[in-house]
Design a binder for this molecule. Structure first.
Ligand code: GDP
Ligand code: MN
Ligand code: MN
Length: 248
């Protein structure tokens, strides 16, 4: 398997045809997968906003006050307001905002970014990253994974995850296959879109590299069952349930 960044992409602006910009710089081959940072998908889709676009309400002011108290830094309540508006539910309001986005991804601050956003204060995730992936995939003729850098429980450090995908299943289902001992695998569903997103994110980097699009070549899903379940259902998520009841 080979990963390479698409070279020479410009700063992406609202309304840019991202598919055309990528297509002009890549000779796609059969079997390629395109991983693209949500940052540029969001920019193209006009998801950059200013603080002034959000009117802080009572809840967002309370959250900002609480976070300021905890961190010792002034917090803009309009940021909390943006997170609330992007979310189905806030699982935690402190010591950080842990949000369930409308498309099911659970992440700090609903994935709203303040880095790599020239000329704007806030960059929201795409409204429906799998729909974005679908549009790009249709234009480019390859599977597409929309990625974001995200933190994780139990470990320090952030890594790339898939927030949307199209043209391939999210996971490889190994259940029913056998290990080297002949034992039948009973639980392993391998989240390949996250693994590819992690690898692509490694190539894309986090700073000013200018390499949001990464081509995965000579990788194959293989002869396995597939599934699109990536975001845990609420009733199936004991961590979410426990955090809801937890008081900071
Ligand atoms: P995220 O992980 O989706 O939040 O994206 P990051 O902000 O970490 O950026 C990932 C990569 O895309 C880095 O190499 C950035 O330099 C690059 N990047 C971000 N915005 C742009 C852009 O508008 N144009 C180009 N060419 N690269 C960008
Ligand atoms: Mn991000
Ligand atoms: Mn990143």
């Amino acid at each position: 398997m080979n990963l390479s960044a698409v070279a020479g992409l410009p700063e992406i602006e609202r309304g840019d045809d991202l598919a055309a910009l990528i297509d002009a710089r890549v000779e796609f081959e059969d079997g390629d997968v395109l991983c693209v940072a949500s940052t540029v998908v969001s920019k193209a889709e006009g998801r950059a906003f200013d603080y002034d676009d959000f009117d802080a309400g009572e809840r967002s002011r309370a959250i900002a006050d609480r976070l300021a108290e905890i961190t010792g830094d002034e917090k803009d309540p309009r940021f909390a307001q943006a997170v609330i508006e992007e979310s189905e539910e806030l699982i935690l309001e402190a010591p950080f905002i842990l949000a369930v986005t409308r498309f099911g991804h659970i992440t700090v601050n609903a994935g709203i970014d303040r880095s790599n956003v020239p000329g704007g204060d806030l960059l929201l995730l795409p409204e429906d990253p799998s729909a974005s992936a679908e549009r790009l995939s249709e234009r480019l003729g390859v599977p597409v994974i929309v990625t974001d850098t995200s933190g994780r429980p139990f470990r320090y450090g952030q890594r790339g995850v898939a927030v949307g995908w199209a043209g391939m299943p999210a996971s490889r289902d190994w259940r029913g296959e056998r290990d080297r001992d002949g034992r039948e695998l009973g639980v392993t569903v391998q989240s390949v879109v996250d693994e590819l997103a992690g690898a692509a994110n490694l190539v894309a980097g986090e700073g000013d590299g200018g390499t949001p699009a990464v081509i995965v070549r000579d990788w194959a899903f293989g002869d396995h069952g597939g599934s699109d379940n990536l975001f845990r259902e609420e009733e199936d998520d004991i961590v979410r349930a426990a955090l809801r009841d937890w008081e900071y």
